[in-house]
Design a protein around this ligand. Structure first.
Ligand code: PBG
Length: 337
């Protein structure tokens, strides 16, 4: 390619890019990016109880479910063509160390066993590995005193994080996805899984996760907002791109098999840079706030929901994501059928 805007192509009128746009069949032949329900991962929220199906106000069409309704929900999504799921648990109780995350009868552990029993290997089950849903203070690990305040104790959290992952692997998780943005988390988890015999379970690391306002609706859904302060000492500054490359390099060196960038839409440049630089499987998380904005505008009749959703997800794929975590997964699977 030369440096001219048109590359090596001759100029107008020899070149007429519109030639490839007149015939819809030609447009399909030259389409560079394909969106498929095979690439989508649906996040689901599960809590204790029976027959629970409580819609999340800011996330229309998404529910807090109990294990029984979760099994039905996954079956219905699978019938539409969604095959991969990531589970978030809302525990029965919260304490300072998030001990309910490690219980054999914990909500995610129960869900994994029930889903596997009902749906076998037709579905792929991922688990979000973090403590913010399980701690009474809502931070992503154990706290310690730092200066005048409290902060997540990185190194003290690593062993319990590894224990949470092993517990989920034991209950049937296919892929482990740590989201706490702690230093050394991938290495600690890899060692934990390996020494428990789970060397074949891949790690999808939330390697570049930003301290973002776009997680608002999720924190209602998972009942996990921090009770004081914010997540700025562990999640990344939205202003930084080079730092994401460092996070990804470290996680790969520690054994991450796949890399997540989160949120997706305001960080498409990061997705592209990670893909170009590391050439590993990349996931983009189309987060709750991105979903809520589309739903809200569509409900007001301000945008065409289907068109905008497909455009957004295609842009995440085009940026370099191989897979997308999205609350739109059911709708998209329906539209793409
Ligand atoms: C847990 C976690 C969060 C999300 C995924 N895993 C919340 C947070 O970091 O505050 C957000 C997902 C979304 O907004 O859709 N750490």
């Amino acid at each position: 390619m030369s440096d001219s805007p048109a590359g090596d192509a001759p100029g107008f009128p020899t070149s007429r890019p519109r030639r490839l746009r007149y015939n819809p069949l030609v447009r399909e032949l030259v389409r560079e990016t394909e969106l498929s329900s095979r690439d989508l991962i649906l996040p689901l929220f599960v809590r204790h109880g029976r027959g629970v199906r409580q819609e999340i106000g800011s996330m229309p069409g998404n529910f807090q479910l109990s294990v029984d309704t979760l099994v039905d929900e996954v079956g219905a999504a699978r019938d539409l063509g969604v095959r991969s799921f990531i589970l978030f648990g809302i525990p029965a109780f919260k304490d300072a160390t998030g001990s309910s995350a490690l219980e054999d009868e914990g909500i995610v552990q129960q869900s994994l066993r029930a889903l596997r029993k009902a749906h076998g290997t037709d579905i792929l089950l991922m688990t979000d590995e973090c403590f913010c849903e399980y701690t009474d203070h809502g931070h992503c690990g154990i706290l310690h005193r730092r200066g005048d305040g409290l902060d997540v104790d990185n190194d003290a959290t690593l062993p319990i994080l590894a224990a949470q992952c092993v517990s989920h692997a034991r209950a049937g998780a296919d892929v482990i996805a740590p989201s706490g943005m702690l230093d050394g988390m991938v290495g600690a988890i890899r060692r934990g899984l390996d020494s428990a015999g789970f060397h074949d379970i891949p790690i999808l690391s939330y390697a570049a996760k930003y301290a973002s306002g776009f997680y608002g609706p999720f924190r209602d859904a998972a009942e996990s907002p921090p009770q004081f302060g914010d997540r700025n000492t562990y999640q990344m500054d939205p202003a930084n791109g080079d730092e994401a490359m460092k996070e990804v390099a470290l996680d790969l060196a520690e054994g991450a098999d796949m890399i997540m960038v989160k949120p997706a839409l305001s960080y498409l440049d990061i997705i592209r840079r990670v893909k170009d630089r590391f050439r590993v499987p990349v996931a983009g998380y189309n987060v709750s706030g991105e979903f809520a904005m589309v739903k809200a505008a569509a409900r007001n009749g301000w945008i065409d929901e289907r068109r905008v959703t497909l455009e957004i997800l295609t842009s995440i794929r085009r940026a370099g994501a191989d897979m997308i975590l999205t609350y739109h997964a059911r709708d998209v699977a329906k539209w793409l059928r």
